[in-house]
Design a protein around this ligand. Structure first.
Ligand code: SAM
Length: 441
């Protein structure tokens, strides 16, 4: 069932509770047991706001989200000593309904975290970021694996996340807990992100110089999951796989239909990290059935023998300072050589009806005008206008004043106060059947 339909059915259940009926636990559970429960609750929240004439019953525009994550969390912790059946009887049915939603979110997170804690090398205690589909919010959660089982709670929320962890935008759900989780995320050396049911873990002690996941990774993963479902992709490649989040999200969401996965990176640690994250996310059936290959190479040196239904790449996209040495091809963020290589090799990489999904940015100065590609590719752009405006946080550039100024002067970067912003421009390329091979860029 589609998430929107699930939200509609939850809305009916919510309306029943609002009229005084007690919550039907089974119905709520069945609607949230699989998929992305946080996303479904966000859709429900939107629906409540759209359809209720008496708005803001609970005080803020995010009434249901607030009810689920703040009041409920604190009420539950205050009432730990009350027997379960009395607890549910004692409260307003809408609060009880929200508690049920919260229980389902915790069960969902527990089911993902459990495997990674026990088998995947995740620390036994930690904090993480959760991005539901479409990224309207990011949630902060704390977890700990105890002898009695895994405990997890959502402690903070960031509305409209545009950066990795925007501390100044955190809505505290459980008071100081949210700030201390944020501090933990920034200082622990472990970066743990959940999106589309996939958990990606970067351990800085072993994953040295592995990129991300950052906001462009997450935006691209969200689109890649949609595109792979639309394409019914059986074979997928990721070029410049870094941490492996995108390929894992596509593989997991593709269920049994995915047959072959190939990922490339010039960094050995990136290929190793991708393999670990991918394997920790695939279920047993997928691990047995999917042919998985990791290749450590610059794309331009790789022997390209396979064609894929979907090729994804979040390449280094920021133009180098004109006249600077472009020979260092190992940067994860700077230079546009990989974009050119992908375009020149598209005919070798994408199969019939296949697609190449790639992230560009307003700082990809050479690829600002896509008209040059139109003879060879049908181009689908995501997001109208200039793209998605996000903070620009590449240290390599921020610490080089001349380079920074060059990007501002050329219109790739916008300066606002002491911060810089750029526009992310995800695009999808499909080879035109009658096209001449693209002349080298
Ligand atoms: C911006 S990071 C993206 C990592 C990951 N896909 C993500 O979205 O978080 C770019 C990655 O491409 C790799 N890379 C850069 N140039 C490459 C090339 N020519 N061939 C293969 N990998 C390359 C870098 O090592 C880096 O891991």
């Amino acid at each position: 069932m589609h998430e929107n339909q699930k939200a509609d059915l939850l809305f009916i259940e919510y309306s029943r509770c609002k009229a005084g009926a007690s919550v039907d636990h089974k119905v709520v559970r069945e609607l949230l047991v699989d998929g992305d429960p946080l996303y479904i609750i966000e859709l429900l929240n939107k629906k409540i706001l759209q359809e209720e004439s008496e708005r803001h019953t609970y005080g803020t525009p995010d009434q249901m989200l607030d009810l689920v994550f703040s009041k409920v969390a604190s009420q539950i912790s205050k009432r730990v000593n009350i027997p379960f059946h009395e607890m549910y009887r004692s409260v307003d049915p809408v609060v009880s309904f929200a508690e049920r939603l919260y229980d389902c979110v915790r069960d969902h997170l527990r089911s993902i975290l459990n495997y990674h804690c026990v088998f995947g090398g995740l620390p036994r205690i930690g904090s993480l970021l959760i991005y539901p589909k479409q990224m309207r919010h990011c949630y902060l959660a704390d977890y700990s694996l105890k002898p009695a089982g895994l405990d997890v709670s959502v402690v903070g929320r960031i509305d409209d996340p545009r950066g990795f962890l925007e501390i100044d935008k955190i809505t505290s759900l459980s008071g100081p807990l949210a700030r201390s989780s944020a501090k933990g995320i920034l200082t622990s050396g472990h970066k743990i992100v959940i999106q589309s049911g996939v958990l990606t873990h970067i351990d800085r002690r072993v994953d040295e110089s592995v990129f991300g996941p950052s906001v462009d990774t997450l935006i691209l993963a969200d689109i890649a999951v949609m595109l792979s479902a639309r394409q019914r992709a059986e074979s997928i490649a990721e070029v410049g796989c870094g941490n492996g989040h995108i390929i894992s999200a596509v593989a997991v969401s593709g269920g049994h239909q995915v047959r072959r996965i190939v990922f490339y990176d010039v960094e050995k640690n990136a290929v190793r990290c991708t393999h670990r994250n991918l394997m920790n996310n695939l279920n047993r059936v997928q691990r047995n059935n999917i042919d998985v290959v990791g290749i450590i190479a610059l794309l331009q040196n790789a022997h390209l023998v396979d064609k894929f239904d979907l090729v994804v790449c979040n390449p280094p996209y920021t133009s180098r300072l004109r006249g600077s040495d472009a020979l260092d091809r190992r940067s994860a963020v700077a230079g546009e050589e990989l974009i050119g290589e992908l375009i020149n090799n598209a005919g070798k990489l994408i199969g019939n009806n296949g697609r190449l999904l790639m992230m560009l940015s307003s700082t990809s100065l050479s690829f600002r005008e896509l008209a040059a590609l139109e003879g060879t590719f049908a181009i689908e752009k995501y997001y109208s206008g200039p793209g998605i405006r996000v903070p620009f946080d590449l240290e390599e550039v921020l610490s080089a004043p001349e380079w920074l100024q060059f990007l501002v002067d050329e219109g790739g970067l916008e300066k606002e106060g002491d911060r810089y912003y750029h526009h992310l421009r995800p695009i999808v390329l499909e080879l035109k059947h009658d096209a001449e091979p693209h002349s080298s860029i």
